[in-house]
Design a protein around this ligand. Structure first.
Ligand SMILES: *[C@@H]1O[C@H](CO)[C@@H](O)[C@H](O)[C@H]1NC(C)=O
Length: 214
């Protein structure tokens, strides 16, 4: 099977007080940003349709979705055309300066006749600074290989930086609002897109701590 891969390097998203300078050549600390817990909400992920798995080192989180599916065309209703599922990650930050890349990968299935366009939006923001958002977007035009259906992959890389002044660190919530929307220029054409899973990982972590937690 062919798969469709789009990699996006989004503009930097800052958490807390961003600074541009990494200090003094300290050895990176093993105390990475870690995922304490996670939930999901939205009409694309009603209760009982989501599974979550956190890696033993608590830096990678995988969601599985059973109901994140959109449909358009004869026999469908307006409400089928757009679904969203917002991911909420409760994070623990070590004290000090922290830089990390939030890397997300989404897998799903798309089957779109000519005239149908499907768009997958992901908006990243921290609850502490909800006005600072980064949105990535991937579109698939129907027809061609999508006429008969195929799997797709969407990949995002969102750099983040934070300064946590508390020596013992702090907690924060990263939200990722995922939305799939279908549009049509031909009322007799049909299509569907699902998102079957999402993996959110904190990669390339650089941590410079200037004050150990006692
Ligand atoms: C509209 O879609 C139907 C079903 O795929 C197709 O048979 C028809 O040719 C399309 N019409 C146009 C104008 O593209």
């Amino acid at each position: 099977m062919k798969s469709f891969v789009v990699a996006l390097l989004a503009p930097a998203l800052a958490v807390a007080n961003p600074i541009g300078i990494i200090s003094d050549g300290d050895v990176p600390s093993p105390n990475d940003i870690s995922i304490i817990s996670a939930t999901a909400s939205g009409n694309g992920c009603p209760q009982g349709t989501v599974t979550t798995n956190i890696s033993p080192d608590r830096t990678v989180l995988t969601f599985g979705f059973d109901a994140f599916q959109t449909y358009i065309g004869p026999g469908t209703v307006m409400a089928d055309r757009s679904k969203n599922c917002q991911l909420h990650l409760n994070l623990k930050y070590p004290g000090g300066f922290q830089f990390a890349v939030v890397e997300s990968t989404y897998h799903g299935y798309a089957q779109l006749e000519e005239g149908i366009t499907g768009t997958f939006y992901s908006t990243y923001y921290f609850s502490q600074d909800a006005a600072a958002t980064t949105t990535t977007q991937t579109s698939i035009q129907g027809g061609g290989i999508w006429e008969t259906g195929d799997v797709y992959t969407k990949q995002d890389q969102v750099p983040t930086a934070s300064v946590i002044w508390s020596p013992c660190g702090a907690t924060g919530i990263l939200n990722v609002n995922n939305r799939i929307a279908l549009t049509s220029s031909n009322s007799s054409a049909s299509g569907q897109i699902s998102d079957d899973d999402a993996t959110v990982a904190f990669t390339q972590q650089i941590h410079v701590s200037w004050q150990p937690c006692k």
